[in-house]
Design a protein around this ligand. Sequence first.
Ligand SMILES: N[C@@H](CCC(=O)N[C@@H](CS)C(=O)NCC(=O)O)C(=O)O
Length: 330
Amino acid sequence: MGLLVQGQWQDQWYDTEVSKGEFVRQASAFRNWITVSGDAGPTGEGGFKAEKGRYHLYVSLACPWAHRTLIFRVLKGLEDYIGVTVVDPLMGEHGWVFQQEAAADENTYGYQYLHQLYSRVDPAITSRVTVPLLWDKQQQTIVSNESSEIIRMFNSAFNHLTGNTVDYYPEAQRAEIDAWNDAIYPAVNNGVYRAGFATTQQAYEQAYTQLFAMLDKLEQHLATHRYLVGAVISEADWRIFTTLVRFDAVYFGHFKTNQQRIADYPNLSAYVRDLYQQPGVAATVDMQHIKQHYYRSHGTINPTGIVPLGQEHDFMQPHDRALLSKRSSE
Ligand SMILES: N[C@@H](CCC(=O)N[C@@H](CS)C(=O)NCC(=O)O)C(=O)O
């Protein structure tokens, strides 16, 4: 784990001293958008027109933020349009490392480490080196390293090429989706990290309390709604899914978010199974990769690197939520 400082890699853990033991996630540095015309999107520069085979994703299968982009790539039928390189599950002193098999992959440019792609773009860069990373092969530069924006691009920028017009961020539901995202990001998506990476009791307890208050609220909401904004799946569901699917296997133990498991919430657990069982999604979940990464990469939290055996998680059990679709649309 580390970061680039003026183009040089420095191996260091998150500095929580400056924030009273709290883990504060830094804003992503690259915020350009792929668009239909190539004109600039809501942030960043223009010049990134949607084209088949031009863009490439670098992901870890362990990372919940990267996982969102993999799910949208599948749901939007973008497999033939956007390539993927998966990094090694372990994130050690050099940060994310390309797997041996990726050495032959032209998209790794002969590099060993993901940080080399960042410094290829700017040899004097100061930045964290994170996944997901969306790369433009034509200009050999980074489009974006912000998952919430990458999924929005995938949701709409390639529709005219793929013919897939399924919309996970429909105009009419945007305010509701945004409201869920704004509540879920700090308490749940980033909340598990705020609990796990806290270095004071107080910071941990605060994150823990907010997290379970939000999970209780979601449990209640999902008793009468099949999905967060009603009868159809939206972006808000996929954003929380990648955190929930890792929860019992990793966060509960490793990040000490152990008031209860997702399996102990009847509605939330059935909801996770419902999402997991959507076509193409199960293949994006690699529980071994996920467990190996967390338990073996965070030496400050789990110095022995032992990966707990735990239970098998069978997300293919029936979810019995189809009836709610009707009720939530009434
Ligand atoms: N805001 C970013 C966060 C991405 C992120 O933090 N990814 C983690 C892996 S789960 C990472 O690469 N961490 C390395 C680091 O922080 O140095 C997003 O949503 O894309």
